[in-house]
Ligand binder design. Sequence first.
Ligand SMILES: NC(=O)c1ccc[n+]([C@@H]2O[C@H](COP(=O)([O-])OP(=O)(O)OC[C@H]3O[C@@H](n4cnc5c(N)ncnc54)[C@H](OP(=O)(O)O)[C@@H]3O)[C@@H](O)[C@H]2O)c1
Length: 347
Amino acid sequence: VGEAGQAVRVIVLGTGQMGSGIAALVLEKPGLALAGAFARRRERAGTDLGLALGRAGPLGLAIEADLARLLERVRPHVAIQATCSRLADAEPEIAACLARGVHVISIAEEMAWPAAASPERAARLDALARRHGAVAVGTGVNPGFVLDTLVVALTGVCAHVDSIRARRVNDLAPYGPTVLRSQGVGLAPEAFAAAVGAGTVVGHVGFRQSLAMVAAALGWELERVEEARRPIVSSVRRETAFACVEPGQVAGCLHTAVGFVAGRPAIKLEHPQQIRPEAEGIATGDEIEIRGRPHVRLAGSPEIPGGVATAALAVNLLPRVLAAAPGLRAMTDLPVPAAIMGGVRRA
Ligand SMILES: NC(=O)c1ccc[n+]([C@@H]2O[C@H](COP(=O)([O-])OP(=O)(O)OC[C@H]3O[C@@H](n4cnc5c(N)ncnc54)[C@H](OP(=O)(O)O)[C@@H]3O)[C@@H](O)[C@H]2O)c1
């Protein structure tokens, strides 16, 4: 990190939905300077980032398709990664940044608790980050906040916890074909089961990360995880820009995961994802219930909107990352992020 008083130079990896939202938010915040953007799509190279973001004019920042070159040219302090979900896919970009002492904030789901996907990759990233004095952390609305960080924070008022249940009901209507396919939207119920078996319907990516994060924070040893993916069969017609579901067809996936501790189900996470739940009178929302001393229940409706929340978390985490000790960190290792309303200062 450069001298105090200068703006924090930030680059964005990925110019899709989230990368664009994050870049726009970085531009809004005093003390942060958007220094560049990397795109995996080679055809985006050379395009002005402002135009790619749909702004009225150019920003004078050409999108790069060569990450190493971008890092060398721009020498950013922080890279925010929004290119992928899986750790194996995310690791090369993260490693390229860490090896140059650049901090990484990633919204890749498996980066929320990397050891859940691969202890070896997690150890490798941790060693690399420490060696180069950098920090890597995963965040996002889910995993990263609603079904893990927020749950952990709520247990802070408990003298004892017996079990935890958390549920996020969302609307898939804003999402495109890739996401809708991964939830089985539009399939016949029989085809849904086959698609789960074939791995084309995956449900939510992130339960294992959230369960591991919550268990570790509480000092619980997670013995095993049981997951189930069931079709949400619609009884009415539901339509979005990318899908039309008739009665009897699948509107989404009810994915659940149960974490077992000392032989009993201790943490249950539920994430029914479907298009237009309101068509059947179902409100979106987030709910956390902790059975313990005291019994705690927190619920809100509608859902915390995933897009805005994920971009905000990725940016709001920046001051915490700049102040953290080098290494691979989780949300629960860092002080609570807060909205940046007064500008970013570096020590
Ligand atoms: N942890 C969380 O809570 C959370 C929340 C939201 C999203 N995520 C994850 O973060 C990642 C980014 O999300 P996103 O909504 O930004 O996904 P996205 O729009 O699909 O962008 C992701 C990547 O796909 C590429 N891409 C976008 N549109 C494309 C197109 N039309 N053709 C070919 N490639 C295209 C982008 O390429 P370029 O690199 O070339 O720009 C980008 O690197 C996803 O894996 C998502 O699952 C996590």
